[in-house]
Design a protein around this ligand. Structure first.
Ligand code: UFG
Length: 326
């Protein structure tokens, strides 16, 4: 284990960022959150230091890197809506790529050379085969996925040119909430399946639309690999330990390697909540691959990572605890 580290968490007020900050504190580290609060929630930040600001603000970044020694940077400050990235691509290229380049530039200027990047399964596009391993071709089908690919390319070039060591984690479907029930997923507007289904269970929505029931899957609905947010977070802790011990850059899928259909998610949520969940069958949502399941052998072997949340039921139970109390 590494000693107490100063970790700059950009986007620390978001869904995954808040869980990361909590885990960093529990591990004895000092998280410094930088968040512009465009989608994050200051009231959900569990602690550590907070700086309101943007990774596009060069003077602010210089201040941060000069005023304290930063051991590593974790980057959660991206826009994530696939559909919006199609209708407003420059919002995505501007923030997810250009401002990330600004952040990397500041890091290099101040000799901070450890980086953990939240990438996405969206980088693969329509899969040629499943489970998807890290060698699968990268063919993003949306500007959102493209922005993740651009950053991955930038990181490889920065490693080569400046010795920046980056661990890239390609998330599959992040889900669930901290077991405490004090932090969880709060997107506005909400577009992700599990929180939407739980809003139906709470009576805040009348029904859940299933986007496509004619996919080539056993029940006709899309299959995804849902991974608990605290399992994502534990992978970041393992990545930090590896970087501190001198490991080189690496790219890893982050999923449970277990596919679950949209209908199975809905049935599980009905069971966990004990409430009825009315369903409306709708057309396919453009750009949704039928099956996205991670091959996660590499991260299990290299970083000795193991998910704690084995079943979808456990994941949904934590999400329900959060939703029922928020
Ligand atoms: N779905 C519905 N009804 C809804 C919402 C979603 O049927 O109201 C379905 C989708 O069609 C999909 C599944 O539920 O089959 C999961 O959808 P989400 O929107 O929750 O998640 P995605 O798999 O679309 O997106 C996730 C991440 C993105 C990432 C993408 C990679 O949230 O950031 O995986 O393709 F880009």
């Amino acid at each position: 284990m590494t000693g107490r580290l100063n970790i700059l968490v950009v986007g620390g007020c978001g869904y995954i960022g808040t869980h990361m900050v909590k885990a960093l504190m529990a591990a004895g580290h000092h998280p410094i959150t930088l968040d512009n609060l465009s989608t994050g929630h200051r009231d959900l930040l569990p602690g550590g230091e907070f700086i309101a600001g943007d990774i596009g603000d060069t003077a602010l970044l210089d201040d941060i890197f000069v005023s304290q020694r930063i051991d590593a940077v974790m980057h959660f400050a991206a826009f994530i809506e696939v559909g919006e990235s199609v209708s407003d691509p420059l919002k995505y290229y501007g923030n997810n790529v250009a401002r990330t380049a600004n952040l990397l530039n500041a890091m290099i200027r101040h000799d901070v050379k450890r980086f953990i990047f939240s990438s996405s399964a969206a980088i693969y596009g329509e899969p040629d085969y499943t489970p998807i391993d890290e060698d699968h071709p990268l063919n993003p089908t949306s500007p959102y996925g493209e922005t993740k690919l651009w950053v991955e390319k930038m990181l490889a070039a920065c490693d080569n040119a400046y010795g920046l060591r980056a661990v890239v984690l390609r998330y599959f479907n992040a889900a669930g909430a901290d077991e405490s029930g004090t932090i969880g997923e709060r997107h506005e507007p909400e577009s992700h399946l599990i929180p939407l289904v739980l809003e139906v269970a709470r009576g805040k929505r009348e029904h859940i639309k299933i986007f496509g029931v004619d996919y080539p899957t056993p029940d006709g609905t899309c299959i995804r690999d849902y991974i608990h947010v605290n399992d994502l977070v534990s992978a970041h802790l393992a990545a930090i330990d590896a970087l501190m011990e001198g490991a080189g850059s690496g790219v890893y899928n982050l999923g449970n390697s277990r596919g679950v259909s949209v209908r199975e998610v809905i049935d599980t949520a009905a069971r966990v909540s004990g409430r009825p969940i009315p369903v409306v069958e709708d057309r396919r949502r453009p750009g949704d691959p039928a099956i996205l399941v991670a091959g996660s052998t590499k991260i299990r072997n290299d970083l000795n990572w193991q998910p704690r949340f084995e079943s979808l039921e456990e994941i949904v139970r934590t999400a329900w605890k959060w939703h029922a109390s928020s």
